[in-house]
Design a protein around this ligand. Structure first.
Ligand code: HEM
Ligand SMILES: *[C@@H]1O[C@H](CO)[C@@H](O)[C@H](O)[C@H]1NC(C)=O
Ligand SMILES: *[C@@H]1O[C@H](CO)[C@@H](O)[C@H](O)[C@H]1NC(C)=O
Ligand SMILES: *[C@@H]1O[C@H](CO)[C@@H](O)[C@H](O)[C@H]1NC(C)=O
Length: 322
């Protein structure tokens, strides 16, 4: 007959297991590949560098890919899965379609990493490292990336549609959207500083520059000049998210907001007589405070529900499951 103490041991194990699920990022570590792929960082950075040398915007595109990966079932490479068979993957979700880019760069990095360390490094981790490298190459802060994520075998278009905030978001929408991912209001404001680089399509800022009053009028006119008032024509014409230094990772995004020159409605929401105004002012006047809060928030975003242990897989190619 089983003694009571024999029943307690498995129960204790079970609770330990539940606890470890709660802190699912516990297994990520900055040294995860130090013996299994010692040249990982040296393999990736020159390839990201050469992609950015060919086209400065690519750094922005890679950083955004990481954000759109992490907000959909965690940072699991799901966004990288090619979506050409039946258009039911993440790449055809509303925020991503005709918008996300950089997939070829990541696939190219992956094949170099596969040559160096076959079957070892996940696409999710390659994306995390490539986005950090992009920030550094464009003049932003450096940090050690936590690693050990594994790749998903599925993608979710519906979660991509639900979880990635649209540019029409209000401040309270943005706060609750990031809170749903375990990110604070401060994280949200700091991560939005990623809009110090990159480009947006006319369709994403048309209503803000034509119809809203919380925008500098001469800036609005400049942006209107290349963004047809009528939707449908010229929807894909691009404008820089940061009018001052569109390819430098700095804090000028925040001084744009203070000057009422945010490009997206959602950008200007961060400085619109609301609770985040003072933080925007702080970041606009202190690039070191912005850098340190951005790094903290990037690490937190990278911790969102990773697949670890024997969950998921290490893909051979980032665009398809094994
Ligand atoms: C706060 C909520 C956010 C909203 C509403 C938002 C929305 C957008 C939109 C509408 C665009 C332009 C897309 C297009 O025209 O195709 C864009 C671009 C971009 N976003 Fe965000 N975003 C947000 C947060 C973030 C975060 C957290 C990051 C990264 C940490 C990020 C990084 C970028 C980058 C780098 C670009 C430019 C991409 C390129 O040039 O290829 N965004 N975002
Ligand atoms: C879409 O195609 C993928 C790959 O061919 C397949 O795994 C998935 O089940 C398909 N989804 C639907 C809804 O048909
Ligand atoms: C501006 O608002 C009006 C009235 O709501 C709307 O009909 C029009 O389409 C909007 N224009 C743009 C460019 O968003
Ligand atoms: C804040 O409110 C004041 C007074 O109502 C107004 O003049 C100002 O334009 C507003 N500023 C912003 C950033 O919305």
């Amino acid at each position: 007959m089983a003694s009571p103490s024999m029943a307690v041991a498995p129960l204790a194990l079970f609770f330990f297991f539940i606890l470890s699920l709660g802190s699912s990022s516990a297994q990520l570590s900055t040294s995860f590949y130090s013996s299994s792929c010692p040249n990982l960082f040296a393999t990736i950075k020159p390839l990201v560098q050469s992609a950015i040398s060919k086209e400065k915007r690519m750094g922005a595109s890679l950083l955004r890919l990481f954000f759109h990966d992490c907000f959909v079932n965690g940072c699991d490479g799901s966004v990288l899965l090619a979506d050409t068979a039946n258009f039911t993957g993440e790449q055809h979700a509303v925020p991503n379609k005709k918008s996300l880019r950089g997939f070829k760069v990541i696939e190219n990095v992956k094949s170099a990493v596969e040559k160096a360390c076959p079957g070892v490094v996940s696409c999710a981790d390659i994306l995390a490292i490539s986005s950090r490298d992009s920030v550094v190459i464009l003049g932003g802060p450096n940090w050690n990336v936590k690693l050990g994520r594994r790749d998903a075998r599925t993608a979710s278009q519906s979660l991509a549609n639900n979880n990635i905030p649209p540019p029409t978001s209000s401040l309270s929408n943005l706060i609750s959207n990031f809170a749903a991912q375990g990110l604070s209001t401060k994280d949200m404001v700091a991560l939005s500083g990623a809009h110090t680089i990159g480009q947006a399509r006319c369709t994403t800022f048309r209503a803000h520059v034509y119809n809203e009053t919380n925008v500098d009028s001469s800036f609005a006119k400049t942006r209107q000049s290349k963004c047809n008032k009528k939707s449908g024509s010229g929807d894909n014409v691009l404008a820089p998210l940061d009018l001052q230094t569109p390819t430098a990772f700095d804090n000028s995004y925040y001084s744009n907001l203070v000057g009422m020159k945010g490009l997206l409605h959602s950008d200007q929401e961060l400085f619109n007589n609301g609770s985040t105004d003072s933080l925007v002012r702080t970041y606009s006047s202190s690039s070191s405070t912005f850098s340190s809060d951005f790094v903290t928030a990037m690490i937190k975003m990278g911790d969102i529900s990773p697949l670890t242990g024997s969950s998921g897989e290490i893909r051979k190619k980032c665009s398809k499951i094994n």
